[in-house]
Ligand binder design. Structure first.
Ligand SMILES: [Zn+2]
Length: 63
């Protein structure tokens, strides 16, 4: 299974946030949008979620 990762360092923000969230795509989108709302003051919306979804990357698994 390939997990997706949302890396906050790649998001434009003023807080220098270093959080990274990984998991299945839907989990990451949900957690990252909640994080964006609570920490970065974004407004939760379908648009925010789809923006997060486009920024997800495959987690590189070292074997
Ligand atoms: Zn953040």
């Amino acid at each position: 299974m390939t997990r997706k990762i949302a890396d906050c360092r790649k998001y434009p923000s003023e807080t220098n946030c270093s959080l990274a969230i990984s998991g299945e795509e839907d989990e990451v989108v949900r957690a990252a949008s909640e994080h964006a709302v609570s920490v970065h003051g974004h407004e939760d919306s379908p648009e925010l979620r789809s923006r997060i979804r486009t920024m997800l990357e495959d987690e590189r698994v070292s074997v």
